[in-house]
Write a protein that binds this ligand. Structure first.
Ligand code: GLN
Length: 195
C-alpha cells in the first residue's frame, strides 16, 4: 500500500493520480500507519506548516525510519522537508536528501510558472510538463544525489537510490512517471523482504 502524507497541502491530487494508475493509496497522519505502507508520497503545501504538524503528530522518527528501507516521492514542500538544510528555521529538515534548499526561491505566487523539462529516469528520457508553484531552489547537492532534470541549469528533479525529490508538481499535469517509479521501487522492496 502506498501512503500519502495528508497533514496539509494538495495530497488528494496524488491519491487521484495513483488511483488512475490503478494503485491503491491511503492518507497517512499517524505513526502506527507506517507499519501498513511500503511507499510514501510527501506532497506540496506549506513546508513550515507541514513540519509543525509532523512534530505535533510524532512523525519525525517514523518518517526517517521508513526512509531507511522504503521509497519516498517528495514534491515541492515535500523535498524541502526531506532536505538536510533550508533557509527557514521553522522547517525541521528530515535529512533524507543530502541537499541544501531555499524556500520560495523563484519569488511570490505570481512568479509561479509551467515549463517542459527533460527528465532522465532509469535510462529513459521523457519530456515532462512541470508546474513550479512558489517553488524552492536546490542550492547545494551533497552525497549520493543523482540529478534527473534541470531547469535553467538548476536541479529540479533528483534521486537518491529509491527516493525521488521534485521541486515542481507532476500531479497537476497528470504526469505519472514519478508515481510509477515509486510503485516499482515499492515492489522491489517487497521482493527483497520476501527473500
Ligand atoms: N512555497 C512552499 C514552501 O515553501 C512550497 C510550495 C509548494 O509546495 N507548492 O513550503
Amino acid at each position: 500500500m502506498i501512503g500519502v502524507l495528508a497533514l496539509q497541502g494538495n495530497f488528494t491530487k496524488h491519491i487521484e493520480l495513483l488511483k488512475r494508475l490503478g494503485i491503491f493509496s491511503t492518507e497517512v497522519r499517524y505513526p502506527d500507519q507506517f507499519n501498513d505502507i511500503d511507499g510514501l508520497v510527501m506532497p506540496g503545501g506549506e513546508s513550515s506548516v507541514i513540519s509543525d504538524l509532523i512534530v505535533r503528530n510524532d512523525l519525525l522518527e517514523p518518517i526517517v525510519e521508513f526512509s531507511r528501507v522504503k521509497p519516498i516521492l517528495a514534491t515541492c514542500a515535500g523535498i524541502i522537508l526531506m532536505s538536510k538544510k533550508t533557509n527557514d528555521s521553522r522547517v525541521i529538515p528530515l535529512n533524507i536528501f543530502d541537499i541544501e534548499i531555499n524556500r520560495n526561491a523563484y519569488g511570490r505566487q505570481i512568479h509561479s510558472f509551467v515549463d517542459t523539462i527533460q527528465v532522465d529516469l532509469n535510462g529513459t528520457t521523457s519530456n515532462v510538463v512541470a508546474s513550479f508553484i512558489r517553488a524552492p531552489k536546490i542550492a547545494k547537492l551533497g552525497n549520493d544525489i543523482e540529478v534527473l532534470a534541470t531547469h535553467n541549469g538548476i536541479p529540479v528533479a533528483i534521486r537518491n537510490d529509491r527516493h525521488i525529490g521534485l521541486t515542481f508538481h507532476p500531479e497537476l499535469n497528470n504526469e505519472t512517471i514519478f508515481h510509477s517509479f515509486l510503485f516499482q521501487m515499492k515492489k522491489k522492496v517487497d521482493t527483497l523482504s520476501a527473500n
